[in-house]
Design a protein around this ligand. Structure first.
Ligand code: GLA
Length: 730
């Protein structure tokens, strides 16, 4: 049984294959976090005096007569509340009618059952059979504030992961205002942790950063309405000295695409409080009588073998139990996106000419990016007017897709449903449909406004518009973009006291539209995008199995970005394209095969001018596509090992091993050449013991222990060189 409850000691013990998570209910009814870490088979209750300390820091006792020196300020709380003598950050704060924000949650029961509940309106991990997981619902009450808080925990049989979320229910007769409700919070002893996070900006997303946890709080967040280029809703607590292969690492990831906060704080007793959830910034949620609020889901992953194992757990869980639809398992088309080549100068001839060449090269699908609708010839206008520009596409997408079908190539398109241009028919007809605050200027970003997705009529309108386009022709792929942050956040559809709900309701609104459209068109491959990777998160992955990693297509920068992204997200969801040089964003010139090899570590495609390729480059494209098709299963369904980090060395090496370990793909590339260095050796991982593998480019055969211990020699004396090696079991 993955979840047990010891009635006598009031201990809940949640187990995954290699980890234990233990909660005890104290005599006073407070749920205490006892342990999270390497699996403990039998846990017995230690002396409650472990929670008493001599001396005091002005910390009050909740009831000295009954419970002695027990003070909330020092105990590891399971879901800390507000204002009751625990001076650390709370996980929940509720404004009540009398103005009080104090909450004290006491245990009132539990339920354990097979399977995992859906989170209404929110993306979440799922099971296909009830037997795959067990769920604990822990019921906590505050009988003064009249709230019931349900802490939900799902443990999966096959993953060292726990899915946590929180539901807050108002059972009183008066309304309450939720000011803070974190998805997960955990108090632990500090194991000399470093706080690892994914930091960046546009075209430089998800670079790995590490901050030691001393006596300071470390907080990352987004207030932009999207999960953001700048921080990803992920952090890890890594034991000091943890590497890819050893040390304890705890990963936390929020399945959410909007404002979030994640923080870890060390108190004066060397204990850590870490939490992740919706940002309290500009958040307050009114709960009327009998209403409830469900937080997004947080995924907790424990690894006793470093970052590599943590990432492989996230990867397999997200590949199999977060991504959905036919493209979760099916092969996906190799596409050519015309954005970097054509920009807004797109028309039927440009597409068809490129498609003919693309087909010759082995490409499956051609994507019309921005610029096909309204009078969109720059970023200045037409967003919201989703009618095909008949000057550019005289016969609409139908004529084009029919012509493409004749040459056996599929069509994909770009949309940006959440946006509207000030110069658009949509905003002229419905000025009230964009997010704005009365009597204030509306800030523009990229020349555009954000539509008020809290409004059902806005979502319905977009559903109908996009439905019509997608059913007008044989469209096989959609890139769903979102190119600005939210500002002047306000909705005239909501009352003044509910304005703190707008950012969250916006996210729920996009999830609803994504759900409707992806359900209506199950055969279309949807790809998420937000100026590259501003919304690269598990929330989007629930609806769309791949996301454009970054607007930066430079192979060297991509080594950093894809390496960082892989800390949490699998290669199967990272869209990566071979682009022209000098690179559009960085002007760097990298070899064609390096651009190819680095893109092969993601959902492979092209974003270049196929008509100006040299004969030699055409051959490289053909060979690459054939090779990718042969090994994409290994790359996207196998285990990933990050062998060498570009953050620590001058090169990157990633290895993908098939489930049965019979095949493995090694991709490496250098970020700069180094003179007078001995060749570097890359040591492989995860192979079968005492077997031989042949590297298919060279035809050389090696023993697995040689590959794992002596390694493969690589050279790094040419700038930006790279290689892709394939090893097959003899
Ligand atoms: C965003 C995307 C790009 C491209 C442009 C089009 O920046 O990230 O890939 O689609 O929009 O305007």
């Amino acid at each position: 049984m993955p979840i047990t409850f010891n009635e006598e000691n009031k201990i809940f013990h949640l187990t995954t294959p290699n980890s234990s998570y233990i909660i005890a209910i104290m005599a006073c009814g407070i749920p205490v976090h006892m342990y999270y870490g390497k699996k403990i088979n039998i846990f017995s209750m230690p002396d409650e005096k472990m929670f008493e300390i001599e001396g005091y820091s002005f910390s009050p006792q909740i009831d000295m007569d009954k419970y002695g020196k027990f003070t909330l300020d020092i105990i590891p709380c399971e879901y800390p509340s507000t204002g009751d003598g625990d001076y650390r950050n709370p996980a929940i704060t509720i404004l009540q009618q009398n103005g009080s924000k104090i909450v004290r949650l006491l245990y009132a029961g539990y339920k354990i059952y097979d399977g995992k509940p859906e989170l209404k309106g929110l993306p979440a991990t799922y099971v296909e059979e009830k037997s795959e997981a067990q769920t604990l619902e822990l019921y906590l009450y505050d009988n003064v504030a009249k709230v019931k808080v349900t802490l939900k925990y799902t443990v999966f049989n096959d993953y060292d992961a726990i899915a946590r979320s929180t539901e807050v229910y108002n059972y009183g007769s008066e309304k309450i205002v939720l000011l803070n409700a974190q998805s997960a919070c955990i108090d632990m002893d500090n194991k000399n942790f470093n706080f690892i996070h994914l930091h960046g900006s546009w075209a430089r997303e998800r670079h790995i950063k590490s901050v030691p946890l001393n006596c300071t709080a470390v907080t990352i967040d987004s207030k932009r309405g999207v999960s953001s280029h700048n921080e990803n809703p992920f952090f890890a607590l890594a034991e000091k000295g943890a590497t890819e292969n050893c040390g304890e690492v705890y990963g936390f990831n929020l399945i959410y695409s909007g404002n979030f906060v994640a923080s870890a704080d060390m108190n004066y007793l060397n204990s850590i409080r870490a939490y992740i959830g919706i940002n309290t910034y500009n958040f307050q949620y009114v709960l009327e009588r009998n209403e409830s609020f469900q937080t997004p889901e947080a995924i907790l992953v424990y690894s006793d073998c470093g970052f590599g194992k943590m990432s492989r757990t996230f990867h397999s869980l997200y590949r199999n139990k977060l991504c959905r639809g036919q493209f979760r398992d099916d092969k996906r088309p190799i596409l050519l996106n015309l954005w970097e080549t054509a920009k807004f100068n797109i028309n039927e001839k440009v597409v068809f000419d490129a498609a003919k060449e693309a087909k010759e090269l082995g490409i499956d699908l051609i994507v019309i990016d921005d610029g096909w609708f309204g009078s969109r010839n720059s970023t200045k206008g037409s967003l919201g007017d989703w009618n095909i520009n008949k000057e550019k596409f005289p016969g609409g997408f139908k004529q084009l897709s029919d012509r493409l079908a004749e040459i056996d190539i599929k069509l994909g398109i770009w949309i940006e449903p959440e946006m509207v241009s000030p110069d658009s028919n949509l905003i002229r007809q419905h000025p009230e449909w964009c997010i704005h605050t009365p009597d204030r200027n509306i800030s523009k970003a990229r020349g555009q406004y954000v539509l008020d997705f809290t409004k059902q009529e806005v979502r319905d309108h977009l559903y109908n518009e996009i439905y019509d386009i997608l059913s007008s022709a044989d469209i096989s792929y959609v890139k769903w973009d979102m190119n600005r942050g939210l500002s002047e956040v306000y909705s005239d559809a909501l009352s003044p006291e509910s304005q703190g709900e707008v950012s969250h309701r916006y996210v729920l609104g996009i999830y609803e539209l994504m759900d409707r459209l992806t359900s209506a068109f199950p055969d279309i491959l949807f790809e998420g995008c937000s100026a590259g990777g501003a919304r690269f998160d598990g929330g989007i992955l629930y609806y769309m199995p791949q996301i454009w990693v970054s607007d930066c297509t430079d192979a060297v920068e991509r080594m950093y970005i894809q390496h960082g992204t892989s800390l949490v997200y699998p290669s199967s969801c990272m869209a990566a394209h071979v682009s022209d040089v000098p690179n559009h964003q960085l002007k760097r010139v990298t070899p064609f095969d390096t651009r190819t090899n680095i893109a092969m570590a993601g959902r492979f495609g092209y974003e270049l001018d196929v008509l100006s390729l040299t004969q030699e480059e055409k051959i490289l494209v053909k060979v690459a596509i054939q090779r990718y098709k042969l090994y994409e299963d290994v790359i996207h369904h196998g285990d990933m090992y990050r062998l060498i980090s570009p953050y620590e060395t001058d090169y990157t090496a990633w290895q993908f091993v098939s489930d049965d370990k019979s095949k493995c793909v090694l991709i490496y590339g250098n970020t700069r050449a180094v003179t007078q260095m001995f060749s570097t050796r890359i040591k492989l991982k995860g192979l079968l013991n005492n077997r031989e593998y042949t590297e298919i480019n060279s035809g050389r055969t090696y023993s697995s222990d040689m590959l794992e211990n002596f390694g493969i020699l690589i050279r790094q004396d040419i700038d930006y060189s790279s290689e892709m090696m394939i090893f097959e079991l003899e």
